[in-house]
Design a protein around this ligand. Structure first.
Ligand code: AMP
Length: 391
């Protein structure tokens, strides 16, 4: 299934290895707030160190607009990694160029260096071959372990792979194995749950999943656009006007595989303390908005999830940031956790709901990459993976 060379397929001893990791983590007051993604890269980093490589790590962090910005420095991730590894981790203020080259040259086997944010350089997102060559000049081997960035063809995720022997890390392999298996050879029934605010980002995903899944359960703000397409007045609910026609087409083609909520929680303001009502799906009164799926929907969806062989979930069922509109999302989290199905959850909000309810360990695979996992579910090839050497 995973047909790319892995770090175990090449000799890394005595080599300098440039590993693209996904250290795009939340930083607060110069400290790493949530280290899930750093921890997820440890198996690859430790393997390389244990096998006599010098490890150079690069990643992007946030979306710096115009060059270097201390707010988006990778330095806190280097400090945090040093604690996790229990050894010093060097840091280079430059990602490419003479400073980075000198820092890379100084490394001995077993040493670790973190480079500054790849996105401080314009060449990164442009996939500029010059930047890719400069990155390649730092090392003998390139490893991509940044699944969360693999859907982007950037200099550090794709370009550099053309200038060095390029292989996958363990996290990349794991993510693609679970998602790839779900898509190409799922244990059935295969149930997909999609939520979140906007349909536009997920139209391709819905279409592809309708071809391969047995049931697609829709929740969150994107259900509203389908309701509107069915002709219901939606009050103040979030509706994606531009996607209405597409929503109509999908409804026409989908048949019973596509399931929409049967009841919803409405509110008279976008506020946790708003007045609320639970109504059957239909006309939303003027001035009111749908902010969550209702209890009957949670029960109906939970039943489908319980009988599933494979469950893939991406996106919240409501405005779960407000406790009064979080019941739908937490109810679905509970159902996914209780199901015997192979369960794969991606996307920051769904993962955060699972963490908040302490249910993460009941999930088969929690994906570190929201966007990348959606592109896989859409049936697209990830450029960061395509560029690696075949087995
Ligand atoms: P996305 O980035 O598309 O996955 O959307 C996530 C966001 O969708 C979360 O911040 C939710 O608060 C929001 N959301 C979910 N359901 C609704 C809804 N019914 N109305 C407005 N926003 C929603």
């Amino acid at each position: 299934m995973f047909n790319k060379k892995l770090i175990t397929d090449i000799d890394v001893k005595g080599k300098r290895v440039l590993a693209r990791v996904d250290f795009n983590v939340p930083i607060k007051d110069g400290k790493v707030e949530d280290d899930t993604r750093i921890v997820a890269a440890l198996p690859t980093i430790k393997y390389l160190l244990d096998h006599g490589a010098a490890v150079i790590l690069c990643s992007h962090l946030g979306r710096p607009k115009e060059g270097p910005d201390p707010k988006y420095s990778m330095r806190p991730t280097a400090e945090h990694l040093s604690k996790l590894l229990g050894k010093p981790v060097a840091f280079s203020d430059e990602c490419v160029g003479p400073v980075a080259e000198a820092a890379a040259k100084a490394l001995k086997p077993g040493d670790v260096l973190v480079l500054e944010n790849t996105r401080f350089y314009k060449g990164e997102t442009k996939n500029d071959p010059e930047m890719a060559k400069q990155l390649a000049a730092l090392a003998d081997i390139y490893v991509n372990d940044a699944f969360g960035s693999a859907h982007r063809a950037h200099a550090s995720t794709e370009g550099v792979a053309h200038y060095l022997p390029a292989v996958a890390g363990f996290l990349m392999e794991k993510e693609i194995k679970y998602l790839g298996e779900a898509i190409s050879n799922p244990k059935r029934p295969f149930v997909a749950i999609l939520g979140g605010a906007k349909i536009v980002d997920k139209i391709g995903v819905i279409r592809n999943l309708l071809k391969i899944a047995d049931t697609v359960l829709i929740g969150g703000g994107m259900a509203n656009t389908f309701f509107k397409a069915q002709g219901y007045p939606m009050g103040e609910s979030l509706v994606d006007g531009e996607a209405l026609e597409t929503a109509r087409e999908i409804l026409q083609d989908a048949g019973p595989r596509l399931r929409l909520p049967v009841d919803v929680v409405i509110a008279d303001k976008f506020d946790n303390n708003a007045h609320t009502k639970i109504i059957d799906v239909g006309a939303v009164p003027e001035g009111w908005a749908i902010l969550d799926i209702g209890p009957e929907t949670v029960a109906a969806y939970s039943k489908v999830i319980k009988d599933a062989g494979t469950v893939v979930w991406n996106g919240p069922m409501g405005v779960f940031e407000m406790p009064n509109f979080a019941k739908g999302t937490f109810g679905i989290a509970q159902a996914v956790a209780e199901s015997q199905a192979v369960s794969i959850v991606g996307g920051g909000d769904s993962v955060s709901a699972l963490n908040q309810s302490g249910l993460s360990d009941k999930i088969t695979h929690i994906s570190t990459g929201g966007g990348a996992s959606l592109e896989m579910l859409e049936g697209l090839t990830l450029p960061g993976v395509a560029a690696l050497q075949d087995k």
